[in-house]
Structures are given as C-alpha cells and as structure tokens.
Design a protein around this ligand. Structure first.
Ligand SMILES: C[S@@+](CC[C@H](N)C(=O)[O-])C[C@H]1O[C@@H](n2cnc3c(N)ncnc32)[C@H](O)[C@@H]1O
Length: 213
C-alpha cells in the first residue's frame, strides 16, 4: 500500500496541503532536534531519510552540516532537485540499503517515517542505518505513539493518507535487541499541537546511538 506509486499520487495531488509539509510541522521537529544536534564546526554529515520537503534538514545545512536527502517519491525527488544544488545528494530509494557507503553519517533522521513502513522491515531498516552511521553517531526517529487518541478513534487510519499506520512503540524493543550495536538513548512521548486538530497529537521520539564501528 505504501508504494512509490502511492506516495507519488499523494505528492501529485496534495503537495503543500499534507500536514507534514507545513512549516508548523518542520518547526516542531527543528525545536526538538536543535537540543541534540549542535552547530557543526567540521562540516558534519547528516542523512534525512524519508525527507519530505526537507525543511528540517535545510535548517541543519544552515547550521554547518553537509546534508543528504532520501525519499521514495519520484515527484518529490524531482521537486527537491530543483530546490538544491549539486552539493546535496538526493537519493530516490525505497530502503536505506540502497544508499552506498559505510560509517558515513554523524546523524541520521527518520522523521515521521516508520509508521508508514511495514514492521516486518523495521529490523532491516535499523541494520542498514547502522552500516551508514559513524561510531558514536545518533539516529533520530519520530512517529505516532500508541497513546494518540485520534488514531485510536479512527482505527489506526492516517487522517490524510487514509491508510493503516503502525504505532512505533515496538521499535524500542528492536533497538534493545541490537544492544551490541545500538544504545537506546531516549524514547519518550512528545505531545504536539498541529493546527488541523483540536487535541494534542502524541508523537514518540526515539534516539538510538551507534556504539561500535
Ligand atoms: C509523513 S512523510 C514525513 C516527511 C518528513 N520526514 C517530515 O517529517 O516532514 C513520510 C515520507 O517518507 C517517504 N517514504 C515513505 N516510505 C519510504 C521508504 N520506504 N523509503 C524512503 N522514503 C519513504 C514519503 O515519500 C514521505 O515523503
């Protein structure tokens, strides 16, 4: 269901009105991530996987990072290509193992992505991120928490995508099962106010730190 064709259709029809394409959404992410990602003095490298309009990573480019973007949608990647010069690699991918390289990134962001990925693939995604990350680097994940009342009431159907979503709580276990590779630094619920909704939405925020080479 969450195929390239699905995301292309979303971006063809709803480019700017998708909730995650709003500035409000990006500002929320930036405020949170700014607490963990200091300005780079040595041109640190940041991958934004499932980047959407990449407003979040554009902010970190301004903080001195070399950024790399990846998304599944052709439509979106074409749009991103027009907005960025050649110094920003933009990958059209459906899995992080399609990105070449090892020990490459200081930070990886997978923002609001995993609840659209079949949990059967979560372990594979984590292992691929592990290969791409430098020792000591952090993977930042956000997605819907199972305490989100709107999704519970709407039987786990995304309000905008109208597709089933998966709560990301189980990722904690998948990270802990890889305790030889990752340390689960943080996993907490962040209540977040988004304009289309009267009640706060519940977002889970997870940090996994790569502990070995
Ligand atoms: C809800 S949007 C979040 C966008 C952005 N990270 C943000 O928070 O603003 C999810 C994004 O993930 C992308 N995506 C979904 N499945 C993907 C996959 N398997 N590989 C790469 N990108 C994917 C979609 O095209 C979409 O842009």
């Amino acid at each position: 269901m969450y195929t390239r064709a699905f995301w292309d259709k979303i971006y063809k029809r709803h480019f700017s009105d998708a909730p995650w394409m709003s500035e409000e959404w990006a500002i929320g992410g930036i405020r949170l991530l700014d607490n963990y990602i200091p300005a780079s003095t040595n041109n640190g490298c940041l991958l934004d996987y499932g980047c959407g309009n990449a407003l979040i990573s554009d902010h970190f480019m301004q903080k001195g990072y070399h950024i790399e973007l990846a998304d599944i949608s052709d439509e979106l990647v074409n749009w991103l290509d027009l907005r960025h010069d050649d110094s920003v690699p933009i990958y059209l991918v459906d899995s992080p193992d399609m990105i070449l390289g090892e020990n490459k990134y200081d930070y990886v962001i997978a923002w609001c992505l995993f609840h659209h990925i079949n949990p059967n693939l979560w372990g594979k995604f984590l292992d691929s991120f592990f290969h791409l990350m430098k020792k000591g680097s952090s993977l930042f994940i956000s997605g819907w928490d199972d305490s989100d009342n709107i999704l519970r009431e709407e039987k786990k159907l995304g309000r905008f995508t109208q597709q089933p979503i998966w709560f990301i709580n189980m990722l904690d276990d998948l990270i802990k099962w890889r305790s030889d590779k990752f340390e689960l630094k943080e996993s907490k619920v962040i209540p977040f106010k988004l304009s289309p909704f009267t009640q706060e939405r519940m977002i889970r925020f997870i940090i996994a730190r790569k502990i070995i080479q």
